[in-house]
Ligand binder design. Structure first.
Ligand SMILES: [Zn+2]
Length: 339
């Protein structure tokens, strides 16, 4: 799997970037694919060739917005022990602290601030899951709650997200009133970084739990969330939607890397149904009560069990004996227990 890592490099590439833009504009205008034609601009040929390949035959691109220097694999040297990457043709080297289990660097893109390193990381072979864990995602309380129907165990993760959102929103409001719009943007970027780190951490924990339990993961299909009243009425949905998607992409790629199967289920009523008897119960904030069978549970835990019990949308993955009888074997286990 190819992963891209972003490193702040602290070097000024503006003159190379200007040359690269000239090359790109020339290539677009003259429809050339020959490196001789663009030699006059003085850009390193390895980089110029990448621009020729990108724009030379491209009929869709009319204007060049953002230009980056693309360095191909053969022009990159890396030292894993010293954790350093070198681009000899630019006399450039940079230290990195991302994961070290890659086998190849495919390319590096440079702008004036960052190096985007695309590296090839080996995926582990997919496990045959013994059970499936349901992952319920939320915008209030914990951002992810995992439920294991086979043991009745529940993991609640990422409680701090709401606090972070609320805190930064109030800072932004104050700044907006004062007319400090530059600061508003910086604060928003800072919040995004913090949430991103948190999403990485939560996604890793989810995949780790799956690994330890020899389990696959089931998530609600996100497209359905807009029609799902559970999320609709929740505080500031728009603000959270990107972080929902982000968490999902992080879980997806981390699961893939670790060989954990992942599948999706329909989201309808996952928070209203009783995970023990299937009837519609009453949900009051984070408390779920089923009047039909008397089952009482933490609402997100109940939802996570429902997700685990659902048949997957992709019928080929995640089929499980999803009979609610699974609960009968573990009636003594504390439900809603947190780690
Ligand atoms: Zn019930």
């Amino acid at each position: 799997m190819i992963l891209t890592f972003k490193i702040r490099h602290g070097r000024d590439f503006s003159s190379e970037l200007v040359k690269a833009r000239k090359v790109a504009e020339y290539v677009l205008c003259h429809k050339t694919r020959s490196s001789k034609d663009v030699k006059q601009f003085g850009l390193k040929s390895a980089i110029a060739n990448q621009i020729l390949r990108k724009y030379g035959n491209n009929k869709k691109v009319r204007n060049i917005n953002r230009i980056k220097l693309t360095i191909p694999s053969q022009s990159i040297k890396f030292d894993k022990e010293g954790r350093k990457i070198e681009i000899p043709c630019l006399g450039f080297n940079v230290a990195y602290c991302f994961r070290n289990d890659y086998d190849k660097i495919n390319q590096i893109e440079l702008d004036n601030e960052y190096a985007y390193v695309s590296a090839n990381v080996k995926e582990e072979p997919q496990i045959t899951p013994k059970t499936w864990l349901g992952v319920d995602r939320n915008t209030t309380g914990h951002i992810a709650v995992i439920g294991n129907v086979t043991t009745g165990k529940v993991w609640k993760l990422g409680k701090e997200a709401l606090h972070i959102h609320t805190k930064y929103m109030s800072i932004r409001k104050t700044l907006q009133k004062k007319g400090k719009f530059g600061l508003v943007k910086r604060i928003r970027n800072r919040e995004s970084r913090i949430i991103r780190d948190l999403n990485h951490k939560v996604a890793k924990e989810i995949v780790d739990v799956a690994k330890k339990n020899d389990a696959g993961l089931k998530l609600e299909k996100l497209e359905g969330i807009r029609n799902n009243r559970k999320h609709e009425r929740k505080f500031n949905y728009a603000l959270h939607s990107w972080s929902f998607y982000q968490l999902q992409t992080f879980i997806e790629y981390k699961a893939k890397l670790c060989g954990i199967p992942l599948t999706y289920v329909e989201p309808q009523n996952t928070s209203k149904e009783c995970s023990r008897c299937g009837n519609i119960g009453i949900r009051d904030s984070k408390k779920f009560v089923c009047q039909a069978c008397g089952h009482v549970d933490h609402a997100d835990a109940n939802a996570s069990f429902n997700i685990a019990l659902r048949q997957p949308i992709d019928r080929n993955v995640g089929r499980l004996n999803t009979d609610r009888d699974v609960f009968k074997g573990n009636t003594d286990t504390p439900r809603g227990a947190t780690l």
